[in-house]
Design a protein around this ligand. Structure first.
Ligand code: SF4
Length: 396
């Protein structure tokens, strides 16, 4: 089995470092210029430089999304921008406009991926973009596993497949609902997720969603059950969506899919419930396997479904550890108290539990952690590492 790339999103440098530390082989990030999700990104060129240096030190990669649909006045700025990216040694760009593909191919040596926003759903389209200079195509999220297999068999082009995260109700990104509802352009990084708002539904003036608000949105994608197939058929990269998501999400997704891919390649795959359980604490939206099964119906949608409770599993992150005093400096995210047994997620280790023996705030003993982002010292019964994530123990 060839090595498959695990590709995580990162909305800022902290998340990028976390994703790579927890097992991602590469991250994709948006710069302030020419990127969708402009609001999800605060990467300046200096940040990108730091990200690339951090990743390359670990032998990992950074791709930059240059996936805006450019207007006339933006065209002249594209080449200078691409040249700047090339000069700081990025590993590739992701594009969704023929003009950016053309300029990048003609005037740079950048590795070019075709974004899922181009909705590539067949081999001929893959080969077309390959001939035009793209080294990789991110397939449309609307394909089944059998369709992906068929394309894989028929092309030499690198293929990237989305395996986890939010889905659009239209073909990825080809939606203007947000433009109409909130004057925010979904194709310029401003999507207000209007499909996930609560609506009332009327038929002949009669409200028919009596018990729940109505949402147009689909459930999020979770393709755990299809990863083995994707690895075995020779897909080049598995991509996770969510540059707006939290540090905990990025670390948990990276950790879980790293384990799953490694277990597949070493033939030590566990029951899928193990990996599903690892993911459980990372988000509070409902999941489905999207279009992978080839059967799609209303069960993939959030129609008439209330959102799940806010997730409070992420308790804190270790900023420093004193292994003589057995004390960790942590940044708190959710409430926990002395005596509680909590779970530790640490890169390259299995999950394990620790007991909180004491909690100190500014050197004074307190009985619990109450406020998000406060810095506390905890005494625990096992050694911790910087960047370890503390979580509430998950029910099996
Ligand atoms: S409003 Fe919903 S369907 Fe439209 S672009 Fe945004 S997330 Fe996608």
């Amino acid at each position: 089995m060839k090595r498959i790339e695990l590709l995580l999103p990162a909305g800022n440098l902290e998340k990028l470092k976390m994703a790579l530390t927890y097992g991602a082989d590469a991250c994709y990030i948006g710069a302030k210029e020419y990127s969708l999700r402009a609001q999800a990104s605060n990467f300046t060129l200096n940040d990108i430089k730091e990200a690339v240096e951090f990743a390359h030190n670990l032998n990992k990669k950074v791709y930059i999304t240059v996936n805006v649909i450019p207007r006339e006045k933006e065209i002249m700025g594209i080449l200078p921008y691409l040249k700047k990216l090339e000069s700081i040694n990025i590993d590739g760009i992701i594009v969704s406009s023929p003009v950016i593909l053309y300029i990048a191919k003609r005037y740079t040596n950048l590795h070019i991926s075709i974004s899922t926003q181009m909705s590539v759903t067949n081999t001929r389209s893959v080969n077309f973009f390959n001939k035009m200079g793209a080294k990789r195509v991110v397939l449309a999220r609307e394909l089944s596993i059998d369709e992906i297999r068929e394309i894989r068999k028929n092309t030499e082009c690198e293929l990237e497949v989305f395996i986890h995260g939010g889905m659009c109700s239209g073909y990825s990104g080809r939606c203007t609902l947000s433009n109409y509802m909130s004057s925010r352009d979904a194709n310029r990084g401003g999507c207000a997720h209007s499909c996930r708002w609560n609506y009332d539904l009327y038929m002949d003036q009669e409200k028919i969603n009596k018990d729940y608000p109505f949402q147009i949105a689909s459930k999020d994608l979770e393709a755990l059950d299809y990863i083995k197939d994707l690895c075995l058929m020779g897909i080049d990269s598995l991509k996770i969506e969510g540059r707006m998501k939290s540090l905990h999400y990025v670390a948990t997704l990276s950790y879980t899919y790293r384990k799953l891919i490694d277990d597949i390649s070493s033939n030590t795959l566990k029951d899928m419930s193990y990996y599903k359980n690892l993911l459980k604490s990372s988000e509070n939206r409902m999941n489905s396997s999207g279009f992978f099964s080839g059967k799609y119906d209303y069960s993939m949608n959030l129609y008439s479904k209330m959102g799940l409770e806010a997730n409070q599993s992420f308790l804190g992150i270790v900023l420093d550890y004193d292994n003589i005093k057995k004390e960790a400096l942590i940044e708190v995210r959710n409430h926990f108290k002395t005596g509680e047994v909590i779970e530790v997620m640490s890169p390259n280790k299995d999950l394990y539990n620790i007991k909180i023996e004491n909690i100190y705030k500014d050197g004074i003993l307190v009985d619990s952690a109450r406020h998000a982002l406060e810095k506390l010292v905890i005494k625990v019964d096992k050694d911790l590492l910087v960047n370890d994530i503390l979580r509430r123990v998950q029910d099996e």
